[in-house]
Structures are given as C-alpha cells and as structure tokens.
Design a protein around this ligand. Structure first.
Ligand code: BMA
Length: 400
C-alpha cells in the first residue's frame, strides 16, 4: 500500500468514525425532549406559560423586520439582515415577537402572498432566534379546491364549503393537500442555525375559524371536519420529522366571552399548546364609542381565554390585534394597555405596517400620531420588547 493510499484510508476511517459517533464539534447540542420536540421548544412553551403567571407580556408585530412605512428590506441582497423595524425606529428596540406568514408556500412559490421571499423569512426567523426573540408563523393558504385565495369569494360559495371535506382523508384534494403540508414541514425543518439548532416557532394555522371569511371557517365545515384538519396537520408535521413547532389555537371574537363556544372546535390538548384570540379595534373615524366597545369586548374575551387556557394547562396570548392607522394619540396606554394588564397573557401581537397598501398599518412609525404614547407603552413595566426578554429557550431556574 502506498503512503498516499494509507493517508486517504486514514481520513476515510476518521470521517467514518466521527459520523458513527455523531461527533460534530461545530454543532450545538439540540436534544429531543420526551414529547419528541426539541428541548428548546419545550423550554419556550414553559416560558410562555410562566408569562401567564405574571403581569408582564411580550410585544410582537407581523412582518416587522422585512418592511414598514416607506421602506422594504433589500431582498436581492439576501445575506443582509438590516436590523430595521418601524418599532425600532421609535424606541430603539425590536418587538420581542416576530410573526411571518407562509401563504403561497403551498404553491411552491418563492415569495409569500405579501411578496416576502421565503428565504428571507427563514433568515429573519433564524436571526430573531439568535437575538433571543420569539417567532410565530401564520398561514393564509390558498383554497386547494377552487384555486382561489384563503378568503372566501361569494361567487365560489358552494366550492368553499366543500374544501375542508375535500382535503381530508378520502377527499378529492387529499393528495394535493398532503403535498402542501409537506412544503410547510420542509420549511419548518429548514429553520436551523448554522450551529445546528432548530429554531422553535409557534405555528398558528386555521386561525379565526369562528368567522366564515376563510375556507376553513365556521360556515364551511363541521366541527368534526375542522378538528380533523388540525389532526391531519399535526400528524403530517410529526411524520415529516418536525420537532421545533408549538401550535396556537386562535379564534376570532365570535365566542363573545362564552367558554363553550370558544372550545366548540378546539382540536384537543394533545395538539394545542397556546390558546389565543384575534380581536381588532374597528374605529375608522376614531369614534370613541367604537373604541370603548373594542376595549370592553377584549376584556371579556381575554378573561375567558385566560381562564380556559389555565383549565387546560396552556399558554395564552392576544395572537392578533391592532387599530388600523391608530387614529387616537393615546390608544396604546389608554385603550390597549389597561385591558392587557388585567389578563395574564404571554404576548400581544399587532398586524403589519404594509409598505404597499395605503393606510394598512398597526404600529407607529416616525411621525405617526401615536408615537409618543407608544414610547410610554414601551417604557411601561408590563411590556417586554426584545431588550427585555432573556433565556426564552433555556431551562427555567426551577428545573435546573
Ligand atoms: C391580512 C392583510 C392582507 C395580508 C394578510 C396576510 O390581514 O394584511 O393584506 O395579505 O393579512 O399577511
């Protein structure tokens, strides 16, 4: 045997040995817990529940770091994270929670329904994990039966109402739908840091189902079908080896404080980790009665959500809210915060500041009328922004 061959042989042996031992000095330890999810994912859930035993809550915004009013991230230069958000322009700190949407990933598209490349979402999610923040994902997926969007079209009413049945086992779109779920699973599996840690995310599909504006909504399927849709989703993620996901149940306000109605389509404690609520302040003319009605309804619904979440041993959150165009100077500290401080939620998330849709924004930006009030909200003891959170993925002190 020549020297050259023996040297090659040595390296092959060494590489084989390292692979057999699973030894990779560059990778962080990312063990699985008994639940089959990563320990960091379990730790995040523990932290979210612990926030439910405190008076503080995290602040979040959808798409906060990819665009805002008057700017959009440089998608072409994919390797740059710009560290910009409208929230940061005001208080020099990012939201603690970032939300992104997976709509159109099912189609195999490069960009989501709002034009954000999935590669960018992946990069932002990993960057936010690295900053110590939390990531949540919604999914405004198309209708696999009609070919239309997530939103029901009156002209397609008959088709919309057959869609959930069509994607379930035995339905005509089942195979296609499995492929759609697999694309989501592939994306979730790809959320991995360069040092080998799967980024834990809170996945929030099938949201606002108590209304009927999405094809999975109340009027378009039975409770059994809706629950089966959840089961199918969770089962498929598991089959595809997804270990970094928590699930949020996120109805609208239709239950109106009624626990029984709220859990009518609840898919079960074995699937859901966090119980939420989507509730918006609708007051296009800054009508004080409408604003007060929002606060009242939010109070009533959050009391119920937090109570149900406690009974089921789940975390709770205000998974979507906001006042489009924030037309009162003190909405943050006079409308939102006084309600939130009465309920032990883990986080509140406002929707996006659309750069390409006029008057569709839910957080202030420099020059917006509620800016000073937002700084008061930021300074309040109860609100946690990115700079205020730490150790979301670490074991809690009591379990060490
Ligand atoms: C909605 C609006 C839409 C957007 C969708 C998904 O509430 O903001 O413009 O496409 O969310 O982000």
């Amino acid at each position: 045997m020549s020297n050259k061959i023996s040297v090659i042989g040595y390296w092959l042996l060494a590489i084989g040995f390292m692979a057999a031992c699973g030894h990779n000095p560059q990778k962080a330890d990312d063990p699985l817990a008994d639940s089959g999810r990563t320990q960091r994912t379990e730790n995040l859930l523990t932290k979210l529940k612990a926030l439910g035993d405190s008076t503080v809550y995290m602040f979040g915004q959808h798409d906060a770091t990819v665009y805002g009013i008057g700017w959009e991230a440089d998608y072409a230069n994919d390797s740059t994270i710009h560290e910009r958000s409208d929230v940061k322009s005001i208080c020099n700190d990012h939201p603690a929670v970032l939300s992104f949407d997976l709509g159109h990933i099912e189609l195999g598209d490069e960009r989501n329904l709002d034009g954000v490349p999935f590669s960018r979402i992946r990069q932002e999610a990993i960057a936010h994990y690295d900053r110590g923040g939390m990531v949540t994902l919604s999914w405004h997926l198309n209708n696999p039966l009609s070919g239309g969007s997530a939103w029901v079209a009156d002209s397609l009413k008959d088709v919309e109402s057959k869609t959930v049945a069509a994607v379930l086992d035995g339905g005509e779109k089942h195979e296609l739908f499995l492929q759609w779920l697999d694309r989501v699973a592939e994306f979730l599996n790809s959320l991995e840091t360069p040092y080998g840690v799967k980024v834990p995310v809170l996945f929030r599909p099938w949201h606002e189902h108590t209304g009927s504006w999405f094809w999975w909504g109340q009027a378009h399927c039975t409770a059994e079908q809706y629950k089966a849709l959840w089961q199918l989703t969770a089962d498929r993620m598991k089959e595809r080896g997804v270990t970094n996901v928590l699930y949020a149940y996120s109805p609208g306000t239709e239950a109106d404080g009624d626990e029984t109605k709220y859990v009518e389509r609840y898919p079960g404690d074995d699937i859901i980790d966090l119980m939420g609520l989507d509730s918006y302040c609708f007051a296009p003319d800054a009508d004080t009665t409408q604003i007060a009605r929002y606060a009242e309804s939010l109070d009533k619904n959050l009391r119920m959500v937090c109570s149900v979440a406690k009974q089921h041993g789940k975390a709770a959150a205000l998974t979507e809210t906001g006042y489009e165009c924030i037309k009162t100077d003190n909405w943050w500290t006079h409308t939102l915060a006084p309600v939130l401080e009465r309920h032990p939620i883990s986080y509140v998330l406002v929707w996006r500041n659309a750069h390409n849709r006029p008057n569709h924004y839910f957080a202030p930006f420099p020059g917006q009328q509620s800016t000073s009030d937002f700084i008061r909200f930021y300074n309040a003891r109860q609100t946690l922004f990115l700079g205020d959170v730490s150790g979301l993925y670490l074991p809690s002190a009591s379990s060490q």
